[in-house]
Design a protein around this ligand. Structure first.
Ligand code: KIV
Ligand code: ZN
Length: 513
């Protein structure tokens, strides 16, 4: 008997982006969308077009860029929402309108202030309107797991009658437990007579840490689409983690005989790209993609793995695209070796790009002996995919110590020439940021500052991620260097340059505009 296929609906760019600290700009969303396409997800939910101009543009851009997967846009069951979502989606090769309405009495009474009958009517009208634009319409019954089951079944039947081709049952608040959720999915199939005309989907949140378990229980019970996010990011505690779902379905074929279209060897790369873009790292012990997911520490375990990997490994690091040995290049490596390794990592560079990457690589070789894959990723992602540098860092120096106030001296250049400023601060990084503010004329309020080591050893490359508010205009910045003060200055300038670029202003006009 053939194995059933389970569709992977990725909502990293929509529900995922709703998690604190995970917002992405247009370029970042496009990079992530391309990676999701390479990963082989069936559906990319690219955003919620009515929510903001940026969301609208992101959905439109993803729809125009990723032609293989279905591109979904979220909309409430309201005419304006649906029309706006369609305007963003209509250029997609395979558009899907995803409309939703809450069905639980709690949401109806306190949020929507509607009766069940009114909600039913709205859901049907929303699906009908969506259907007038496209054949692929998904309806989500928000807070389904706290809804009255009879009413939920009534809504599901009515929206399918109105044309929904996918019906999604979200555990919006992460309240369900697996046995209960599986039973709900079975009940819906038993009670809704026209269910065979639609794909049954689930969307689980992780408030009790059960999102993946609930999704798998639903698949066993008959759901054939799971909604999930890379690294499990999403509202509050997040959504079901894509990598965990995919690998559970793959590793436990004996119990879960289902197929997905995902290329599992792209999982680590997808996870790392998201971390790189958002600055939000996964915990080291995170299943499948955490740094320690394949690290055997205890002597007995190490011994066992050396004898035979299957003693303590249920899947190989290679199967999820993790590299066991990531030391690759050094200062004797040439362009060819660099280009080849980058191609193995999935980056096909043009000649000029490779030339640029090689220059950065050589500079890095002067600073550290061993170049790891993570260093190469930083070179490509920071060095090549670039926001135009309205401001360039020419020099940075900072003093620090226990007794004195820190001071910094920063030299920047823009189209008009070079300028130097000094500033004092509460620590060297703070002083550097203050000096940059003086030079650019912007006032940045640092909301978040993260440093993480990309590689091991005393000469490790550190990555700095900043989230800055420039008088109500937020921007994120990132940079990597073997020197943390240098990386901090570059990350902060990266945020400044993103702001200047987004507003299409000359650097020196940025402050006054
Ligand atoms: O959690 C939820 O209910 C949602 C829906 C909009 C699908 O995100
Ligand atoms: Zn959700």
């Amino acid at each position: 008997m053939g194995r059933d296929r389970v569709s992977i609906f990725d909502t990293t760019l929509r529900d995922g982006e709703q998690s604190p600290g995970c917002s992405m700009n247009l370029d970042e969303k496009l990079r992530m969308a391309r990676q999701l396409e390479a990963l082989g997800v069936d559906v990319i939910e690219a955003g919620f077009p009515v929510a903001s101009e940026d969301d609208f543009e992101a959905v439109r851009a993803v729809a125009g860029t990723c032609r293989k997967p279905i591109i979904a846009g979220l909309c409430r069951a309201l005419p304006d929402d649906i029309e706006r979502a369609w305007a963003a989606l209509k250029g997609a090769a395979r558009p899907r309108l995803h409309t939703f309405l809450a069905t639980s009495d709690i949401h109806l009474a306190h949020k929507l202030k509607k009766s069940r009958a009114e909600a039913l009517e709205m859901a049907v009208a929303g699906v009908r309107l969506a259907k007038s634009f496209t054949g692929d319409v998904e309806f989500s019954a928000e807070d389904a797991t706290r809804s009255d089951v009879d009413f939920l079944c009534e809504v599901v039947e009515a929206v399918i009658e109105a044309g929904a081709t996918v019906v999604n049952i979200p555990d919006t608040v992460g309240y369900a437990v697996p046995s209960e959720f599986g039973a709900l999915i079975r009940t819906i199939q038993e009670r809704v007579p026209n269910l065979h005309r639609a794909v049954l989907s689930v969307h689980c949140h992780d408030d009790l840490g059960l999102a993946v378990a609930n999704s798998l229980a639903a698949v066993e019970a008959g759901a054939r689409q799971v909604e999930c996010t890379v690294n499990g990011i999403g509202e509050r505690a997040g959504n079901a983690s894509l990598e965990e779902l995919v690998m559970a379905l793959r590793v436990r074929q004996d119990r879960l005989p289902f197929l997905t279209g995902v290329d599992a060897t792209q999982l680590t790369r997808s996870s790392q790209l998201l971390t790189h873009i958002t600055g939000v790292a996964v915990q080291p012990n995170k299943a499948v993609v955490g740094r320690n997911a394949f690290a055997h520490e205890a002597g007995i375990h190490q011994h066992g793995v050396l004898q035979h990997r299957s003693t303590y490994e249920i899947m190989t690091p290679e199967s999820v695209g993790a590299r066991v040995q990531s030391l690759v290049l050094g200062k004797h490596s040439g362009r060819h070796a660099l280009g080849q390794r980058l191609a193995e990592l999935g980056f096909e560079l043009s000649k000029p790009e490779l030339e640029k990457a090689y220059k950065i690589f050589n500079k890095l070789c002067d600073q550290k002996k061993e170049i790891f894959d993570e260093d190469l990723l930083a070179i490509v992602q920071d060095g090549l995919v670039q926001i135009p540098e309205a401001w360039k860092l020419r020099a940075v120096q900072a003093t620090a110590g226990t007794s004195a106030t820190s001071t910094a001296l920063v030299t920047l250049s823009d189209g008009a020439g070079e300028a130097t400023e000094t500033a004092a601060g509460d620590g060297p990084v703070n002083a550097v940021f203050a000096a940059i503010d003086k030079l650019t004329g912007l006032q940045g309020l640092l909301l978040d500052f993260t440093v993480r080591s990309l590689t091991g050893g005393a000469d490790a490359v550190g990555e700095v991620f900043v989230h800055v508010d420039f008088a109500g205009r937020p921007a994120t910045g990132r940079a990597a260097s073997t020197d943390i003060v240098d990386a901090s200055a570059r990350a902060y300038l990266n945020a400044v340059n993103k702001l200047v670029h987004a507003r299409r202003l000359p650097a020196r006009a940025a402050a006054s505009a």
